[in-house]
Design a protein around this ligand. Structure first.
Ligand code: FES
Length: 163
């Protein structure tokens, strides 16, 4: 009489091996999932920690930076630089004078830029315009740009808050 089920290589011996492999596979999956959950929890706690305890910001009253090198700054040009945690703009007028202002437009806060063709500071968001003294002269900006003190020390152009 023919046998319907063979108990050869895939028979009892193989089932016995599956019986011992299954707990090992479950343990491996548990370690894998546990590690993933630990990593996820760690990254969430890190993010919350950085929000609750933010990195130290420079003191607003002690801001003083070297914004550019005088020899690399031609007349009738401008440059955006970081001043504390905000952008600022340094311009060199066509006459060669250096001036620095906050680069945050007083309308809705876009970053302004220098337009050599107009010899003005210009805001691309709504065509706001400021003269080389930072005064609002066209478009929607309601106030002048905040002005900063500029000192040329050797080749360094040093910008600081006005006292
Ligand atoms: S944000 Fe600068 S003109 Fe509106």
């Amino acid at each position: 009489m023919p046998r319907l089920h063979s108990e050869g290589a895939g028979g009892v011996g193989a089932r016995g091996a599956e019986g011992t492999a299954e707990p090992a596979r479950r343990a491996f999956m548990a370690i894998l999932l546990g590690g993933g959950l630990t990593t996820l929890l760690g990254s969430m706690l890190y993010s919350v920690g950085r929000y609750v305890i933010p990195p130290e910001a420079p003191d607003a009253l002690s801001w003083k930076v070297v914004a550019a090198k005088a020899n690399d700054f031609p007349p009738n040009s401008g440059k955006i630089f970081r001043f504390g945690n905000r952008p600022a703009i340094l311009i060199r007028t066509a006459a060669g004078d250096f001036r620095a202002f906050s680069a945050v437009c007083t309308h809705l806060g876009c970053t302004v830029q220098y337009r050599p063709d107009l010899e003005r500071i210009w805001c691309a968001c709504h065509n706001g315009q400021f003269d080389i003294f930072g005064r609002n002269i066209a478009g929607p900006p309601p106030r002048p740009l905040e002005a900063f003190a500029v000192a040329v020390q050797g080749d360094d152009i040093v910008v600081s808050r006005k006292a």
